[in-house]
Design a protein around this ligand. Structure first.
Ligand SMILES: Cc1cc2nc3c(=O)[nH]c(=O)nc-3n(C[C@H](O)[C@H](O)[C@H](O)COP(=O)(O)OP(=O)(O)OC[C@H]3O[C@@H](n4cnc5c(N)ncnc54)[C@H](O)[C@@H]3O)c2cc1C
Length: 336
């Protein structure tokens, strides 16, 4: 296990916020887990991170940050139709997706390019281009905190929902996910429900393959999202709000062309469109603004402080409340 005292967390969060923690522990080997429990690391203030791509540090973290760096992907079972792969929590998510593509296993390809580690993917049930990771997770393994009792959660026990799971609710900061077992199909099939993905693939005139889907997803992502090696951000900053049918009827009588989709519990609106309609594409405060091609993404162009991003996002929430009477919520974890 690598230990750093009082390090800057700037390289460990994609928002590039320059703050510090008391101690950083990088867990490289499974045997390190035992040490974490014997040293009672989880009995003091702690924060588990992956690649820090879904969090915003608002100030220094007065505790220990634990980062997984464990590696390993193993096929543990297979039959004619599907394959079960156990993947260490410290593996990079897109490396795993590439592994599935190279081996012709179907189901993960639409999710290529999402930053982060495998151990974090169940936390907010990552999703993109019509797919969600819940569709390929078989089970999630780890330890309850702080005592270190092992757990296994089967898919249906994870309470997966839109950008949500049990790991973000009851088990937030009460479990360490160490491995995820995925169930992927060996049978050729593609999810082209997302219109832009389908149309872009059709425009190529080529036969659909896993490689083509992944390449197209990556191309669309690159056209909309910032390069996090250059610009700080945490992807979509807000969740898309779901409103009742009655509220939607009221809004559409007042506002034209509201992007909307059917959703459990009502109608889902596009938070990015609401933000854009409130004029935020024109508003930069210091090094903070929304990203020009995607208003749902808040960016740090250089040296923004966490507090400045907080002020900015809270003003966005307020303006949407005033114009539409809807409260949008951050998708990103705000670490205070
Ligand atoms: C440019 C960009 C694009 C993005 N696009 C998408 C997208 O298309 N779809 C999408 O869903 N998300 C997207 N995201 C958000 C982000 O990539 C995902 O939420 C990702 O799963 C976060 O992984 P991470 O390893 O960085 O987790 P972190 O941000 O480090 O942690 C996220 C949360 O999980 C907890 N956690 C992390 N690891 C563990 C563990 N091993 N055990 C228990 N808890 C843990 C943390 O405490 C924290 O609460 C994007 C982010 C960026 C920067």
């Amino acid at each position: 296990m690598i230990t750093q005292k009082h390090p800057s967390l700037k390289p460990y969060n994609t928002f590039h916020i320059d703050c510090r923690c008391k101690k950083l522990l990088i867990v490289e080997d499974e045997s390190d887990f035992e040490e974490l429990f014997s040293k009672r690391v989880f009995c003091q203030p702690f924060l588990i991170i992956g690649e820090g791509s879904n969090m915003l540090f608002t100030k220094d973290f007065e505790g220990t940050v634990i980062k997984l760096a464990t590696k390993g992907m193993e096929i543990i079972n297979e039959d004619d139709d599907c394959v079960y792969i156990r993947v260490a929590g410290g593996e990079n998510w897109s490396d795993f997706v590439r592994f599935t593509i190279e081996n012709k296993f179907y189901g993960a390809e639409n999710l290529i390019g999402i930053p982060g580690l495998v151990g974090s993917c169940p936390v907010q049930n990552i999703g993109a281009y019509g797919s969600e990771v819940k569709d390929i997770i078989y089970q999630v393994e780890g330890f309850y905190l702080p005592d270190g009792e092992p757990f296994v959660f089967y898919n249906e026990e994870c309470e997966f929902a839109y950008r949500d799971s049990i790991f973000k609710k009851e088990l937030k900061d009460r479990c360490l996910i160490t491995e995820v077992v995925f169930k992927l199909s060996k049978e050729e099939h593609y999810n082209l429900i997302y219109k832009q993905l389908k149309e872009t693939i059709e425009q190529t005139g080529n036969t659909v393959t896993l490689e083509l889907v992944a390449k197209t997803v990556q191309k669309i992502r690159n056209s909309k999202l910032p390069d996090i090696t250059k610009v700080g951000c945490a992807g979509s900053f807000f969740k898309n709000p779901v409103v009742s049918e009655a509220k939607f009827a009221e809004l559409s009588a007042k506002f034209d062309n509201l992007v909307h989709y059917p959703a459990p519990g009502g109608v889902k609106l596009a938070a990015g469109q609401l933000i854009e309609n409130c004029g935020w594409k024109e508003i930069r405060k210091g090094d903070v603004s929304v990203y020009p091609t995607q208003a749902l993404v808040i960016v740090n162009w250089g040296n923004a402080k966490g507090k400045e991003v907080v002020d900015y996002y809270q003003q966005i929430i307020k303006s949407i409340q005033e114009k539409y009477g809807i409260t949008i919520e951050p998708e990103v974890r705000i670490v205070s």
